[in-house]
Ligand binder design. Structure first.
Ligand SMILES: NC(=O)C1=CN([C@@H]2O[C@H](COP(=O)(O)OP(=O)(O)OC[C@H]3O[C@@H](n4cnc5c(N)ncnc54)[C@H](OP(=O)(O)O)[C@@H]3O)[C@@H](O)[C@H]2O)C=CC1
Ligand SMILES: O=C([O-])CC(=O)C(=O)O
Length: 271
């Protein structure tokens, strides 16, 4: 059975651990890690069938077959190269880190050299399957519009650096427009989906991102528009936010769970 280590035990990590524990994913929850003891204890007490060991990353990669990073962009710099050097596969959700082209090239090179896999789930957006299919021919444009309630954007570096009082905004307001490279740096915990789109499509500098705050919303909306030789498509998802982290949509952990299931099943559907 696949031995999994979960690095980061917040909204996403907690759901993944539960899905392995309840048998939805046929794998062994071997190790977990988080910098907060409280988060580790919360996860441990939610489990009925597994009692994973708490392991720092260097030890974890020696013991497991796959590490799931669900912590932060900063964690990607430590977790991904460490895992690959130890010939351990890795799944990444803080995908925005790959806007750093040096990190992206380095990790691709190590993965190739060590014959390992880096998995990036679709996360909180719909349409990655279609974009990947369409990318086999020329793509002309990829645009993401993300619209969240204030709680979904509060505390982002862009908001703090520009002294935006997000809670005093009364109507739908465009906060940011730029490339995916700029978006994932300005909003590192809010639009990792822009990075996933970039990797699947036309790259970080060519993918356009608009970020909107809307106090009337209770859901996180991501709208994607793609044009290319294949034609054009749009997708729109209205995501329920995670109860423990309003920035993160519930679809994100579900996407990781489904990608993990794909790895352990013999019958797979979708691009
Ligand atoms: N690809 C996608 O579609 C999506 C990606 N995400 C991203 O996924 C990641 C996880 O999201 P979520 O579970 O909601 O986040 P949470 O904040 O709920 O949980 C992350 C946990 O990991 C901890 N952590 C962060 N960095 C480190 C580190 N270097 N070492 C040890 N522990 C660390 C955090 O601590 P602390 O609070 O101190 O940072 C926190 O306890 C985030 O980067 C988020 O932006 C989220 C939604 C969608
Ligand atoms: O969960 C979401 O709606 C998107 C998100 O936070 C991210 O991509 O970082």
């Amino acid at each position: 059975m696949l031995k999994i280590g979960v690095f980061g035990c917040g909204a996403i990590g907690g759901e993944i651990c539960k899905a392995i524990d309840n048998g939805q994913i046929e794998a062994q929850l071997y190790a977990i890690y988080d910098r907060h003891e409280q988060s580790l204890n919360r996860v441990k007490s939610s489990l009925e069938n597994f009692d994973p060991e708490i392991m720092e990353i260097v030890e974890m990669v020696r013991e497991v077959d796959l590490v799931v990073e669900c912590a932060s962009q900063q964690a990607v710099y430590e977790v991904v190269p460490t895992a690959l050097h130890a010939k351990c596969d890795v799944m990444v959700v803080s995908v925005g880190a790959f806007a750093d082209t040096q990190l992206l090239e380095m990790t691709e090179n190590i993965a190739r050299e060590k014959n390992c896999r880096i998995y990036v789930p679709s996360g909180a957006i719909c349409g990655i399957d279609g974009l990947i299919s369409a990318s086999a021919a020329a793509l002309h444009s990829v645009t993401l519009t993300t619209e969240k309630p204030p709680g979904g954007l509060r505390g982002a570096p862009y908001v703090l650096e520009n002294n935006i009082d997000i809670d005093s905004i009364t109507g739908r307001t465009v906060l940011f427009e730029g490339s995916a490279t700029e978006a994932v740096q300005a909003f590192p915990a809010n639009v990792n989906v822009a990075a996933t789109l970039s990797l699947a499509g036309i790259g970080f500098d060519n993918t356009r991102v608009r970020i909107v705050v809307n106090p009337a919303l209770t859901r996180n909306i991501h709208e994607i528009a793609v044009e290319g030789e294949f034609g054009r498509f749009t997708s729109r998802v209205e995501n329920v936010p995670s109860p423990t982290n309003p920035k993160t949509s519930y679809l994100a952990p579900l996407s990781v769970i489904s990608t993990l299931k794909k790895l352990t099943q013999s019958f797979n559907v979708g691009t």
